[in-house]
Ligand binder design. Structure first.
Ligand code: FES
Length: 133
């Protein structure tokens, strides 16, 4: 089971605020975790240049967070999101698992965007496309 002690270190986001951070606060090619308001699942946002991709931070295999250590979401060469519990690999742009125990399933998508001021925003909280089964 993953260690959840570090969750308090994540940046909190209130229910009213839809801004997660500035784009510059997510390194290009990396991802970062966020806690939304109470009752909302933790999410992650991956950055590829000026594009961002948001997912619920829960692996479709067992449901643990993908990052065993804070904000460590990528595999060794940065080509996939990786669940650090059992190693599943997910496409950054689609969330689809391409290798590992949940191959063919997907992370739950969260709609995120970058506004004209360079702020990363979550659209409508954690309401996104449900995971494929
Ligand atoms: S919990 Fe993610 S691969 Fe098993």
């Amino acid at each position: 089971m993953a260690d959840h002690r570090w969750h308090g270190r994540r940046q909190g986001v209130s229910a009213q605020s839809k801004t997660l951070c500035r784009l510059s606060e997510i390194e290009d090619g990396e991802a970062r975790g966020f806690s939304l308001s109470a009752g909302q699942p933790d999410i992650l946002v991956a950055r590829q240049g000026n594009r961002v991709f948001g997912y619920v931070n829960s692996c479709p295999h067992v449901g643990t967070p993908l990052d065993f250590q804070p904000d460590r979401f990528m595999n060794a060469d940065g080509s996939y999101l990786q669940c650090h519990t059992h190693g599943a690999l997910f496409e950054i742009g689609t969330g689809r698992c391409v290798a590992g125990p949940c191959a063919g399933k997907s992370l739950q998508t969260i709609r995120v965007s970058v506004d004209t001021e360079g702020r990363v925003r979550v659209e409508g909280g954690a309401q996104g496309r449900p995971p494929e089964t």
